[in-house]
Design a protein around this ligand. Structure first.
Ligand code: GTP
Ligand code: MG
Length: 201
């Protein structure tokens, strides 16, 4: 086992193209950030990729859902790998960040909700079952008009069933923009708090 895998893990998960790797770039040291691939088309990260970030390790997981040039079977395999990762490593994870594209969340979620439980929701519930502290990051907020952000955040609260969850403080749903750096200071503070609580216990 390499040294970095022994550090507590920050798991970055979510649908493809939501900005997970862009977020990892913002958190990682500059030398590592340069090596993280970001792309316009969904399905760029085929990881999980582990990034050493000093006292913890960031894990950039591949995105689920639609991916360019990938079969349905491959997409299903990715979901299985994300679930497998959580099952195997949950004891090491001090915080999971579920990244959403807040501009597209409602449309993507509505498309699936009658047929099955959308994977966004399944994944969130799965993290709670393993008692992994979770932050839901409403990324790409810069794409919405300022007065539209609140309504989309309220939709996410309903869709993921975040209201009144003892394991989920309301402040853990954060508006964010990896492009403009909005929300980074608040997020870094939360990461510190959860890391300290994890290493203390
Ligand atoms: N407008 C805007 N674009 C963003 C933001 N964050 C990421 N992007 C863009 O969204 C696209 C996807 O970003 P990635 O960071 O590669 O997304 P990902 O979730 O890692 O994607 P996969 O690895 O394919 O699952 C890129 O073109 C980014 O530049 C944001 O906050 N605002
Ligand atoms: Mg990626």
């Amino acid at each position: 086992m390499s040294l970095s895998t022994k550090k507590p893990l920050l798991a970055v998960i979510g649908r493809s193209n939501t900005g997970k790797s862009s977020l990892c770039r913002l958190l990682a040291p500059r030398s590592a950030a340069r090596l993280i691939k970001v792309g316009k088309k969904p399905g760029v990260t085929r990881g999980p990729r582990e990034i050493d970030n000093g006292d913890y390790t960031i894990v950039d997981l591949p995105g689920f859902g639609y991916m360019a040039h990938a079969s349905k079977k491959f997409q299903g395999d990715v979901q299985d790998r994300i679930i497998g990762f959580i099952e195997e490593r949950h004891r090491e994870v001090f915080l999971a960040i579920e990244v959403l594209n807040i501009e597209a969340f409602r449309t993507a979620f509505d498309k699936h909700k009658d047929a099955s439980i959308p994977f966004d929701k399944e994944l969130f519930d799965f993290l709670q079952e393993f008692e992994i502290p979770t932050v839901v990051l409403a990324n790409k907020a810069d794409k919405l008009r300022e007065n539209a952000v609140d309504a989309e955040m309220a939709y996410v609260t309903e869709a993921l069933g975040l209201r009144g969850l003892p394991s989920f403080p309301p402040g853990n749903l954060l508006p964010f923009s990896a492009k403009e750096g909005a929300g980074v200071a608040v997020l870094k503070e939360k990461i510190r708090t959860y890391l300290e609580a994890f290493t203390r216990d």
